[in-house]
Design a protein around this ligand. Sequence first.
Ligand SMILES: Cc1ncc(C[n+]2csc(CCOP(=O)(O)OP(=O)(O)O)c2C)c(N)n1
Length: 293
Amino acid sequence: MLVADPRTAAAWRRFRQEFADAGPERRREMLRERANQSRTTDLHMIGRAGLGHVGGDMSVLDILTTLFFGVLRVDPEKPDWADRDRLVLSKGHTAGALYATLAASGFFAEAELETFAGPLSALNGHPNRVKVPGVETNTGPLGHGLPVSVGMAVAAKLSSSSRHVYVVLGDGELQEGSNWEAAMTAGHRRLDNLTAIVDRNRLQQGARTEETNTLDPLDDKFRAFGWDVLEIDGHDHLSLYDAFTAARGERPTCVIANTTKGRGVSFMEDRVEWHHKVPSAEQIVTAAAELAR
Ligand SMILES: Cc1ncc(C[n+]2csc(CCOP(=O)(O)OP(=O)(O)O)c2C)c(N)n1
């Protein structure tokens, strides 16, 4: 089991405080920079390991960064604190994005990222809750995260806890039927402590989502299952922050976050082959320069 890094956790706490005190433009800039640093970290991890899901990592990093650096009630030094908010990364193939974010928050030492996907590493290609603090449940087989999150939200209600459950879903992932059983239950039970975020990048493995199985109108589908729905730009940090902290009604919330797979790296953006292609050393240098702009 990995352990917290107190120095990085302290830096994360300072970031959170400065963020809380900042005005909108400064907030946007802080999260943008932070997310792009994690993108660069992730590219190096994938290049070193020779595997990973780079397109989906770039897509989801503004969502994860906004949650960990602006929203989630968590403590990297007390990862098992009972009343913490829960974050489930259901699209577990983008583990690299989660590890980069957890390490930057101090849940474990950033040096551990060098072991990503190596022999005996805790940082497997898909997240493992037994090995990695901050990982709330194992994911990888698509279609499990929402059902598990519904269970977590019900458990919070039963124990009268104010903790909130956030779950990040892939849009391709929504083709798994288990999501819709869970969505129906969440609507029926009026789980106002549950927020599902759909990383709507319109690509899955090998194809566009709409070529494989039409998802639109996705907002109407969630509404029909008893959810409130917000549709936003999934790379606009302030929109993400507002959507995650909006006053909640009596229903679960679905945030459809419109994103670009490969976001921030010109030669990867909206290109299906970058689902799990590995960038060369040269490509990583080019990508890092673009992300530093
Ligand atoms: C049940 C299951 N079937 C197939 C896979 C293989 N797989 C990994 S990622 C992926 C595509 C996922 O697409 P999406 O959810 O849109 O993720 P993103 O494009 O954001 O990476 C597939 C089919 C899997 N992990 N689980």
